[in-house]
Design a protein. Structure first.
Ligand code: SF4
Length: 374
């Protein structure tokens, strides 16, 4: 972990300060004034509680504010503090995370809460050496929580901030250590209000300095922006070489009984090993039994899945036997298989892969069908 507090900015004495430092001070003033006037009343900004800020920052990685808002409130009602999160089962944490994707973040958050409870620590620690050792706490999370919750002078570079800085100074793509953006972020950081400053940069990137068409006419720092001055905002940040899309065929088996109870497994599907999913076969593996209910497409990172859904209705006793037989075989592999009722499925972290499969082939209990026919 290389996160360190930002170095002192070189603008303490305006008269003697170099032009770059005076320009940095102007940018700070303009952006913070804009932020003060436009700050959105997001729930994690209310009291800057370190635990709430931490949860919000983990949720916001790869996910837009609008998608996070309802799930944040729901998660906090269920797990209002570190102790509640640490006590919870992983399954219930993943269930509360449903819809946010990137479930590794939820698992890391949960493990971090347990690590804190084991040390008797009640919230995200103020000590960066302790915080940086927690599962899932990388440079960004560390800087964001320490600056926002504790007003400590740390930078926090997310994709929005990288985009703003790239355009502001016409920077190349950041390297693995975040250079040259990290250096510019440290030079610009407002040491009197580091939390507000970081959030102002994030907010500008999220609402004004938009990825495709930035709203430069509404931008408080347009006068200092090099990409805007040269009319080349579309060239920054420079595009990265796209990873080739990998096309993958997948067969998902919805094996269920008359009551809509479904066989699910966890640990077998390599792209989503922590989620409960129907038994699956990748590529040209042996096709599961069942009638085909159709296909749908689903993307996981750079993989484009062509998913065929196969449905097999079996007696309840057969379903239980299959789960039990699979459980016997699974000891060595670590793969779990269980039968889930409709209500039990609602309580687990659910991949949109399963949601799409069930939308294509709803498991209508036999009795329900009979009633409809009458
Ligand atoms: S002037 Fe335009 S491109 Fe430059 S920071 Fe502002 S919104 Fe982004």
């Amino acid at each position: 972990m290389s996160a360190t507090p930002a170095a002192a900015p070189p603008d303490a004495a305006p008269d003697a300060a170099p032009a770059a430092a005076r320009r940095a001070a102007r940018v700070r003033r303009a952006l913070l004034s804009w932020y003060d006037a436009n700050v959105r009343p997001l729930p994690w900004r209310r009291d800057r509680d370190p635990y709430r800020v931490w949860v919000a920052e983990v949720m916001l990685q790869q996910t837009r504010v609008e998608a996070v808002l309802p799930r944040f409130e729901r998660f906090l009602r269920r797990f209002p503090d570190v102790a509640a999160l640490a006590r919870a089962s992983e399954e219930s944490v993943l269930a509360a995370w449903s819809g946010l994707g990137y479930y590794t973040r939820a698992r890391s958050l949960h493990r971090a809460a347990r690590a804190l409870r084991a040390r008797g620590v009640a919230t995200f620690p103020r000590d960066p050496a302790i915080a940086a050792r927690l599962p899932g706490v990388g440079r960004y999370t560390l800087g964001a929580v320490l600056s926002i919750a504790y007003d400590m002078p740390y930078t926090a570079l997310d994709a929005n901030v990288v985009r703003v800085l790239s355009r502001l100074a016409r920077l190349p793509r950041p390297d693995a250590r975040g250079a040259p953006h990290q250096g510019l972020a440290e030079a610009l950081l407002d040491r009197a209000r580091p939390g507000d400053w970081n959030q102002a940069l994030m907010e500008l990137g999220e609402t004004v300095c938009l990825p495709r068409i930035p709203r430069c006419d509404a931008c408080p720092i347009a006068g200092a922006c090099e990409a805007h001055a040269h009319g080349v905002t579309h060239e920054y940040p420079p595009a990265k070489a796209r990873r080739a899309t990998q096309r993958v065929r997948l067969a998902l088996a919805l094996v269920h009984d008359d009551d809509g109870r479904l066989l699910l497994e966890r640990g077998a599907f390599p792209y989503l090993p922590h989620l409960w999913l129907p038994p699956a076969r990748l590529g040209d593996g042996v096709r599961p039994d069942g009638r085909s209910a159709g296909t749908f497409r689903h993307a996981i990172l750079h993989r484009q899945l062509e998913v065929e859904v196969l449905v097999e209705r079996v007696p309840a006793a057969v379903l239980e036997r299959r789960a039990a037989a699979a459980a016997d075989r699974a000891d060595a592999s670590g793969i779990e298989r269980r039968v889930f009722s409709r209500a039990a499925r609602a309580r687990i972290g659910r991949s949109s892969l399963l949601t799409k499969a069930l939308a294509l082939a709803p498991l209508v209990p036999r009795g329900t069908r009979a009633r409809r026919r009458r």
